[in-house]
Every structure is written in C-alpha cells, then in structure tokens.
Write a protein that binds this ligand. Structure first.
Ligand code: ADP
Length: 307
C-alpha cells in the first residue's frame, strides 16, 4: 500500500451560500485539498496530513473532519495557545475575493520539531508539500523542513512539490522565488502551474518551466496550464496530455490541488505518468464545474472516463 504524507496548512473556509448574507463553514487549504481528493479517489492509499492546530472546538472539528474523510491525523500537532487560520470568500457580481486571517495560525509551528517531522516522514513513501507550506514558516522552520525532506529523499522517499506561488505570503518576490527553487531542489516530482511560473520566473514556455526544475535535480515535472495541454517531463522524455475544456467553469478553486491528487492516485493505481495525468485532468475537470474547494465527485465515474 502506498503511503502519502502531505504537509501544510488547513484553514476554516467561510463561503457564501445561495442566500445573501448567509455563509457556510468548511475546511480547505492547498495541500489539504490534495490529501482530501487523494483519500477520496484512492481508498487503497494511506493518506496522512501533517500540520498544527489549536486545542479549541474548531480545531477538534477539523480533526473529526479529517478522520471522517479517511485522512490519518496522527501527525497533527496541537499548539494550545493558537488556533487554525481562516479565510472568507466574498462575492461581488459573481467575482470572488478572499480575506485571510492566518498570521498567527497554529500551522506556522508545524516544523518546530525536527524529530517529529522525521518520524512522520519515516512512515511515508511519498511526501508532498507546497510553496504555501514554505511561505507560512519563518526562515528557521523552513530550513528545518527542507533539511528533513532532503534526508527523507536520501532514504529513498519520493518528494513531491507544488510551487503554488503566492506573492502576498512572501516579503518579496526574490524571497519567494529563492525559497521555491530550494523546495524544488529537495524534490523528485514538481507540479507547477504555467501561468504563475511565467509571471514570477519569466518562463517563455511550459518547456522552460520544466527545464528550470529539471536543472535543480527534480526528475518528474508536470506543468499544468489551465485549458491548455499539460506538459510533462520524465527525465529526458517529454510528453503532452490535452485538456478537454469545459464550457461552464463554475469555480476553479482547487483545480490544481485536485489535479495533483489525481497524479498521485494514478501512480498508486499503477498507471503510467501519461495515463495518470489523463486521470488527473478528468478529476480536476469535475472540480472546476462545482462551487468550493472540496466538491462532491464520483471517483468510479472518473476511471471510466479516463480510459
Ligand atoms: P491552478 O489551479 O493550479 O492554477 P490550472 O488552472 O492550470 O491550475 O488547472 C489545473 C488543471 O485543472 C488543468 O491542468 C486542467 O486539467 C484542469 N482545468 C483547469 N481549467 C479547466 C477548464 N476550463 N476545463 C477543463 N479542465 C480545466
């Protein structure tokens, strides 16, 4: 059985309902969304999530939600003087905007104990983190996390990384791009999104994005590009998987996160990278047609579509 450990921050999501002025509580966060879709689509994969939460009611609710979703919470640490971060989605004439309260979130302490990180990684085959995971940590804890990942990779674990560039979470774009390349340098698999990469690294093409990550030692690069084909590089081999665009995009939240889950699920099911990407496309295609980060989908129907 493949064991995946995802590392990062899960927040409370406050999202508008169809009734003006009424909101619904949920949980979401990039790496968490990936863990959630993976647990849903690949019940044979053991999915663990490493983060830190508080000791209050909402933190307990998050743990209960993880357990109910099939995500192992043994590596969730409690920071009693903190709680989980929160974001609010506002709708103005169909346009979504986000307000965040995460400056003091418990997840910022997730890498305060190297032994804990090493112990969690020892029980995984694949370890997944993102540029947001790196962004929420101070420089010291970021170095601790990168060092644990480097050691885990040396021990034969596969390290997977989504750069998920979020300039607002960084002091400067230089700090962001430097940290992202450090993250890629400890990784085997990098799953970037071309639009963001082009903005912040000035990549002219998805091939340029793939080459930049291959050059720091990653071996498998999968470049997402919205409706455009997914470009992948497996060592020196390059391939493309076309995307079947949907005419009615409802909400692209978690498109990339669910896509990454699809790549991991495909791998766990023994698919080639090419077929795994096809599977990932059919999963994220469902996700963009529904509102919210964590949407209701039928994993069995996806398999039928992607073969
Ligand atoms: P991110 O959410 O990280 O910005 P993308 O926008 O590149 O990532 O989308 C990730 C994946 O979601 C794409 O590779 C594609 O498979 C799927 N996707 C995104 N937009 C569409 C769309 N309009 N129609 C069908 N699939 C889509």
């Amino acid at each position: 059985m493949m064991r995946v450990l995802a590392i990062g921050e899960c927040m409370v999501e406050i999202a508008p309902t169809d009734t003006v002025g009424e909101f619904r509580l949920g949980f979401a966060g990039d790496t968490f969304n990936t863990a959630w879709y993976l647990a849903l689509c690949a019940p044979d994969v053991s999915v663990s999530y490493l983060t830190a939460v508080g000791d209050d009611a909402i933190s307990h609710n998050l743990r209960a939600f993880m357990q109910a979703s099939g995500i192992d919470d043994r590596f969730v640490q409690t920071s009693p003087d903190r709680t989980i971060g929160l974001y609010l989605i506002s709708l103005d004439k169909g346009e979504r905007s986000f307000s965040y309260w995460r400056g003091q979130s418990a997840a910022k302490t997730l890498a305060n104990d190297p032994d804990r990180l090493d112990a969690a990684m020892a029980e995984a085959d694949v370890i997944y983190f993102s540029g947001i995971t790196l962004a929420i940590l101070d420089a010291e804890q970021r170095a601790v996390l990168l060092s644990s990942l480097r050691d885990a990779r040396r021990q034969g674990k596969a390290i997977a990384f989504d750069p998920n560039l979020r300039p607002k979470l960084w002091v400067s774009s230089e700090e962001m791009t430097n940290a992202i390349m450090q993250g890629a340098a400890v990784s085997d698999i990098v799953l970037p999104s071309f639009e963001d990469e082009a903005s912040w690294f000035e990549d002219a093409t998805p091939e340029a994005t793939a080459n930049r990550y291959l050059n720091v030692g990653a071996t498998t690069i999968v470049v997402k590009n919205g409706e455009a084909p997914v470009l992948y590089a497996e060592g020196s081999q390059i391939g493309e998987v076309p995307v079947v665009p949907v005419s009615n995009v409802i909400d692209t939240t978690a498109a990339g996160d669910s896509f990454n889950a699809g790549v991991f699920a495909g791998h766990a099911m023994g698919m080639s990278l090419h077929n795994g990407i096809t599977y990932a496309c059919s999963l994220s295609r469902e996700v963009v047609q529904k509102k919210g980060a964590l949407v209701d989908i039928n994993p069995a129907a996806l398999l039928v579509k992607s073969v």
